[in-house]
Design a protein around this ligand. Structure first.
Ligand code: HPA
Length: 273
């Protein structure tokens, strides 16, 4: 089966379950951030496991649901729990969920993730509003995966992260007194955290924050013309800057402290975008 056929199957199943609900904005929740979703009206939840052709999340802290509903008049879909390359999914399979969103009608994507910070002004609890990325994963979900229905093979990334969406978010963060700064996401495969020397090198290359997701999703979204807002929530300072060893438990416990702020930010930004 081609990926196009696989996505069409998933879309047909979802459309049947939601009675052709056409979401305009999609949100992907990162590690420990599944509880940040604003209250949705006429909510419909579908487990990934029930969707033909869909992947399954294997990481603790990542629930596996698609949620559909309306918030202040905006039609929203949430991908509660994402797929990571380090779980062993083939890179090109990471395109399935984003291409499914596109075929459902999504025009804007909010990607969130837990990250390590390389910027002393972005402490744990702050949000880095992404203005660019560096793909250091040495792989790409679009390789060997071109389907013309999902956009051109070659496409521009001079504004991977939408300027207007960034501005709306920075304004909302200021209003809500949430510590926020624009910056560059540096994508690694994981699953290990970095070494102190890697963090020093990534900083020299232009990284503001480092993480193990986001970029594959953004590449697929941009190819099909979905506008992207990237919210990287700092759960720790990068290795070597942090005073204590890093752990996934810390990522999850710090994310739990962030969920409320993330929810407030979404509730302010979503009606405006
Ligand atoms: N590095 C990579 N990914 C992460 C980190 C980190 O320090 N913290 C949360 N996700």
């Amino acid at each position: 089966m081609t990926q196009l056929q696989q996505v069409k199957k998933a879309v047909a199943y979802i459309n049947k379950k939601t009675k052709n609900f056409k979401p305009e904005i999609a949100i992907i929740t990162g590690s420990g951030l599944a509880g940040s979703i604003p209250p949705l009206e006429k909510k419909i939840t579908i487990s990934y496991a029930d969707i033909p052709g869909f992947l399954r999340s294997t990481v603790p802290g990542h629930t596996g649901n698609l949620i559909f509903g309306t918030f202040k008049g905006k039609k929203i879909m949430v991908m509660q729990g994402r797929f990571h390359y380090y779980e062993g999914h083939p890179m090109k399979d990471l395109a399935i969920s984003i291409r499914t969103m596109f075929m459902l009608g999504v025009e804007k994507l909010v990607v969130s993730a837990a990250v390590g910070s390389l910027d002393m002004k972005l402490k744990p609890g702050s949000v880095c509003v992404l203005n660019d990325h560096i793909n250091f994963m040495a792989n790409n979900p679009l390789i060997g995966n071109h389907e013309k229905e999902f956009g051109p093979m070659f496409f521009d990334l001079s504004e991977a992260y939408d300027k207007k969406l960034r501005k709306a978010t920075m304004d909302a963060a200021k209003k809500l007194k949430i510590s926020a700064k624009e910056g560059c996401y540096f994508a690694v495969t994981g699953p290990n955290f970095e070494t102190p020397s890697e963090i020093k090198a990534f900083k020299k290359l232009g990284a503001t924050v480092v993480g193990m997701s986001v970029v594959p999703e953004v590449l697929v979204a941009r190819q099909c013309g979905i506008r992207v807002l990237g919210l990287a929530w700092v759960t720790n300072m990068g290795c070597g800057i942090a005073k204590t060893p890093l752990s996934h438990e810390q990522t999850i416990s710090e994310s739990k402290k962030i969920e409320g702020k993330f929810k407030d930010l979404l509730e302010t930004v979503l009606p405006k975008i």
